[in-house]
Write a new protein. Sequence first.
Length: 328
Amino acid sequence: MRHFFIMGLATALCITLLFILDPLNAPETQAEPSGSVHSADQTDAKPAEQKTPSERLDTEYRDKIAEFPVRPAQQDKLAELRKERLNSLQGMTPVSISIPSIGVDAAIEETGVLENGEMGVPEDVDQVGWFEPGFKAGAEGHAVLAGHVDSLSGPAVFYELDKLETGDQFTLTDADGREMVFEVRDMESYITDEAPVEEIFGRSDQRMVNLITCTGDFNRSIGSHEERLVVSAELISDSAMIELDPAAPDNIRLSAAALSWHAVRDDSIIGYRVYAEDIESGATEKIATVSLFERKSVPLKADDTKRYFVVSVNVDLKESEKAVVPAT
């Protein structure tokens, strides 16, 4: 088997990568011409595909936080959260991979595009190559990791990659010990010349990793297998992200005319949502939103066919467990 992993025709790969990867060299923010003003309106006016991760994140926050009026004192907490999320969106440089279900525990080295246009993989058939000109692991987009399936001496690092199943998980680790867990979403095999290069290496709204190796018959005339196996996986956990579930409100009470509760003593809480659940059908609807600074009570005429509960919502827009009105 050749010691270099071929992804499509050399010319097609080079041309496609130029279009896919060139925007990655652009900084998150650029100096603007003298006299220009960068505003939220200008950011929102951009098409979604032209926005940087930080601009998309700001837009999403403005849209979602609008449900809860936030005082200036809360803005610092939001800004810190934006910074934390943006750091995660930028991804990491992986140095090792662990796939327990197929017994893989290997080092990762950086690879790129060779002079002949092919994507390189490590000389060591027991190591995995990360395509460094592409996306980092955990960033929005498709990061690519490639490895040999076999060698002249026997099985290589991705020999059993085709045995992965949807739902299987693997872990990538960087030099600082940061761990990201990915879950397999899909597996496809492609004739080498027909592999969808842009889908494999290109942009995505999700944080994806594609694991690639050879498959199919070995073609002696080209010194490689005729097909490529692509395992697509999505980020489900990042050790750099601290996620704490908000506490549920307590002392929830339903009187003849109102539903009330006690505030949660947590600086990360920005508000509460009140829900009504149909006892017979189980259908649930939100009936009220209460900000952090409003009275923890909503006018409510009780309905015996419904069950009521309140959840707290933190600055990450994450809901607590349900605080249900006690049965009487």
